[in-house]
Design a protein around this ligand. Sequence first.
Ligand SMILES: NC(=O)c1ccc[n+]([C@@H]2O[C@H](COP(=O)([O-])OP(=O)(O)OC[C@H]3O[C@@H](n4cnc5c(N)ncnc54)[C@H](OP(=O)(O)O)[C@@H]3O)[C@@H](O)[C@H]2O)c1
Length: 263
Amino acid sequence: MKTQYAVITGASSGIGFEFAREFARRGIPSVLVARSQTILEQLASSLSSEFSVKSVPFPADLTHADDRNRLVDFCAAEGFTIEYLVNSAGYGSNGLFPELDIEKEIRMTELNCIALQELSYRFTEIFIRNHGGTIINVASTASFQPVPFMASYAATKSFVLSLSLALRIELAGSGVTVFALCPGPVDTNFFRNARMKKPRRFLRVHPPEFVVRKAFKGLDSGRAFLIVGILNKVLYYTGSLLPLTFRARVAGKMFERKARRRP
Ligand SMILES: NC(=O)c1ccc[n+]([C@@H]2O[C@H](COP(=O)([O-])OP(=O)(O)OC[C@H]3O[C@@H](n4cnc5c(N)ncnc54)[C@H](OP(=O)(O)O)[C@@H]3O)[C@@H](O)[C@H]2O)c1
């Protein structure tokens, strides 16, 4: 049987980085995708020495359609049999919508939604041909309601969850599994890149290793999506009984002061 690979986007940091480590721990080689070439090369060499598993760095800016095509073509040209696609590359933003940098907001949508959509499409074709494959899409607890002051980010994550759950049903019986991971706050570079402080009270900030361990548990037990953390689950289930507009106002309260304080 041919060696089966995982393609992991956002592998240079945070959740994607931990996915790369967990696949290597399980003996599964991977194609590591992000823009930071040096970090990907260091990760590949550490995975090879620690777990004796091959990892291939693939530097790419996934907001560029050409880079997305290059990734799919590269996997085919190398003859890699891809069994998993992890779409973890993504970033957030925070602030009053009219004051945000619209170019950055559009690039965020391109990365969080369009790149994930296109890679899901291209690898689904391959998975159907191979009679099997799994797509893991990193959504968020922000997928469940609008979040004022993180408006576009939350909308991108609703897109990820909605697409994933719908595809899972469409593709049932094809051998292709689609799974959405919905973490709350995770201790990664996400907050720094979004120019936000990590939540200190109320919500727990999970380590990325914990999030990825939970993801595999959810996947192995056949879940369509997984909310990470008991409090996040309680908030989801109690929140789902309340009107969406009310939930949006509550979510907005959590980010309003931070957003208005910025010069
Ligand atoms: N941290 C949280 O609290 C949290 C909670 C819920 C969901 N999430 C989601 O989890 C996913 C991973 O985020 P994280 O928390 O692990 O943040 P992170 O540590 O900042 O990692 C983001 C990853 O995305 C990659 N990336 C950014 N722009 C890219 C581009 N144009 N092309 C290719 N790769 C790009 C980054 O690599 P380069 O900079 O090297 O390109 C990095 O590997 C995101 O989708 C995020 O929305 C995070």
